[in-house]
Design a protein around this ligand. Structure first.
Ligand code: SF4
Ligand code: SF4
Length: 147
């Protein structure tokens, strides 16, 4: 994101006593509000604030092709397909075009790490709150030193 945010992430990630509370706070809040699955690479702001990792196949780029005609999931017919929900919410928010952005596959090394810190460090895309998706170059590839 910026030199300052990278420095903040660097300080927090090297100190367990600082990193753990941030991780617990982020995870707790996101679990409560978005049913977060702790992927560490948050794409909520690109997906109309609906967590795509709730899909049983954890597909990050649109539905698997098995969505039932009534919008239910092919794996769990008692649940709505998460991508059906994402599309419906994106339509309401007027951000369907943001769903066209391709997401790189999830890096499993980042699972159970803080997406906030990963964002500060430049490992994952920043929040995309505007209507237009921004093109961003990621600076870091390595996972954080602490989990
Ligand atoms: S995209 Fe990842 S970090 Fe964001 S809410 Fe879903 S599981 Fe959590
Ligand atoms: S139907 Fe939707 S929620 Fe179910 S596995 Fe396919 S993409 Fe995921």
């Amino acid at each position: 994101m910026s030199k300052l945010s990278e420095a903040i992430a660097n300080i927090c990630e090297k100190r367990q006593w600082l990193y753990k509370p941030i991780l617990l706070m982020e995870s707790g809040a996101k679990k409560l509000i978005f049913r977060c699955q702790d992927c560490g690479q948050c794409v909520l702001s690109q997906n109309a604030f609906t967590c795509c990792m709730r899909c049983p196949k954890q597909i990050r780029n649109g539905p698997c092709g098995g969505t039932r005609p009534n919008g239910r999931c092919e794996v769990y017919p008692n649940r709505a397909c998460i991508w059906w929900l994402i599309h419906r919410r994106a339509k309401r928010l007027g951000v369907v075009h943001k769903l066209k952005k391709y997401h790189i596959p999830a890096d499993r090394r980042l699972q159970y790490t803080s997406a906030w810190m990963n964002m500060f460090a430049g490992r994952i895309l920043p929040l995309q709150l505007g209507k237009k998706p921004k093109e961003v170059t990621l600076t870091k590839k390595d996972p954080p030193p602490l989990r």
